[in-house]
Design a binder for this molecule. Structure first.
Ligand code: SAJ
Length: 426
């Protein structure tokens, strides 16, 4: 059986490797020739896939190509393209639409097409099924099969992988679902069939909206605890001892990544289209997006207490990746904070063991080397990402002032440290 995976990013490449390792003959299709060239050289560009995983696969079971015409040989087509937000925070389904548009002329009868990209409920029924039926004159469920099955890749996870993470799947018709469940069931541990593609789309969005809303709630509670004069981290650790009906979330400088800040807006956009605004979800999103500005206000007042004006201050951000121990800066709140502090007139630089540089308004900002001299050179060091490899005691010992937004210095001694959510000058 030949499978074509369209989109070889942090979802598509691991999925293509998994299918190839399961014995399928896989075409990996990506529009980026650089990605395809790297894979042909046996080089991975995804944190979860080492070059060793590609060894013995490339050119055998896994064929990286840029040419979408390989779909003429495929029995199954899996679409794993991005679903970002537009600048106006609206769903951007252009990658899905382009992939479908390019794929349709090359699809064979009786092929199974599965969309994995996270998207608003109704996308498969509205943007995929009718377009294929109209352009090819086929009836889905008879001449052709269509499913939606969300990805649940957790970048950098040590416990969960593609095989042992339950896989939700919905089909346009029962025969579509049977085909899709049979395919995934041949190499994944647990399949979770649902009654429609729309339910499967909504389930995925709900999972991540659940996270965004709870993070927003904890972020709001943080400022309250500072005012009340209690330590939110202690409160949360005590709450986390509840063995049932509770799941821990923690404050931070905001939320980053390609899922949690994005998915809730796909859900609220669709609900609004049906005349039902999701106020709760939108409020949590606003709360999370406001965090970097709240952090900047705290930095300004902390510097003022040292008699330092923000537009004369030298600020170093320790960590810019969107979460710890990975190299991804997409949607990272640290970048929002970096830009905002710069606009306030501060001279800002950063150090991150996983990020060598990032682009801000077209300018490449390089990471600086973390050492005692660097910490001593700043008026304030802000811990924005709590990477495990950083020597926080050295940071605390040498920095004049530290604002820790991740509770990374909770076990350090001495120094002049303010932790987000600790009582004090809230
Ligand atoms: N964050 C907080 N407080 C928290 C948890 C997260 O501020 O209590 C922040 C993180 O720092 C990060 C953002 O939110 O900036 C997102 O964090 P995340 O832990 O949700 O990590 P992601 O974005 O890698 O989320 C992925 C998701 N996986 C998929 O969408 C397939 C999510 O569903 C997983 O639950 C999550 O990984 C995970 O469990 O780590």
């Amino acid at each position: 059986v030949k499978v074509a995976v369209i989109g070889l990013g942090y979802v598509g490449l691991p999925m293509a490797v998994e299918m190839a390792q399961a014995g399928y003959d896989v075409y990996g299709v990506d529009s980026d020739p650089v990605k395809v060239a790297k894979l042909l050289q046996g080089k991975s560009y995804i944190i979860d896939i080492g070059d060793d995983a590609l060894e013995g696969l490339i050119g055998q079971q896994l064929h990286p190509v840029t040419d979408i015409k390989v779909l003429e040989h495929a029995d199954i087509v899996v679409i794993c393209v991005p679903t970002p937000l537009t600048d106006g925070h609206q769903p951007d389904t252009s990658y899905i639409e382009t992939a479908i548009d390019q794929a349709i002329p090359h699809l064979r009868r009786q092929t199974l097409l599965i969309l994995e990209s996270t998207t608003y409920p109704g996308t498969t029924e509205e943007l995929i099924r009718p377009v294929i039926e109209q352009r090819r004159g086929w009836t889905v469920g008879k001449d052709f099969y269509v499913c939606f099955s969300p990805e649940r890749v957790d970048p950098g996870s040590v416990h969960f992988n593609i095989r042992n993470t339950p896989k939700v799947i919905g089909g346009c018709t029962p025969d579509c679902l049977a085909a899709g469940a049979g395919f995934y069931g041949s190499f994944l541990d647990q399949i979770v069939p649902v009654s429609s593609t729309t339910v499967a789309e909504a389930a995925k969005l709900f999972e991540n909206t659940f996270r965004s809303v709870n993070i927003g709630m904890v972020n709001e509670l943080t400022a309250a605890c500072e005012k009340i004069g209690i330590n939110i981290w202690e409160v949360l650790d005590a709450a986390a001892t509840k063995p049932f009906g509770y799941m821990p979330f923690y404050p931070g400088p905001g939320i980053g990544g390609h899922c949690i800040p994005v998915d809730p807006l796909y859900l609220s956009w669709k609900s609004e289209q049906h005349g039902f605004p999701l106020e709760f979800v939108d409020l949590a999103d606003r709360m999370n997006r406001r965090m970097p500005l709240y952090i900047a206000e705290r930095i300004e007042s902390m510097l003022a207490q040292e008699g330092k004006a923000i537009n004369k201050a030298n600020i170093i951000l320790a960590g810019v990746a969107y979460k710890k121990d990975i190299d991804d800066v997409r949607e990272s709140p640290a970048l929002v904070l970096f830009e905002h502090l710069t606009k306030m007139g501060a001279s800002v630089s950063f150090t991150d063991p996983y990020v060598s540089s990032f682009k801000l308004n077209g300018e490449e900002i390089p990471s600086r080397t973390a050492n005692a001299q660097l910490w001593e050179s700043a008026d304030i060091v802000v811990i924005t990402t709590d990477h495990s490899v950083v020597n926080y005691q050295q940071l605390v010992d040498h920095a004049r002032l530290v604002f820790d937004t991740r509770n990374a210095t909770a076990h350090c001694t001495g120094g002049h440290v303010v932790i987000l959510g600790h009582p004090g000058d809230g």
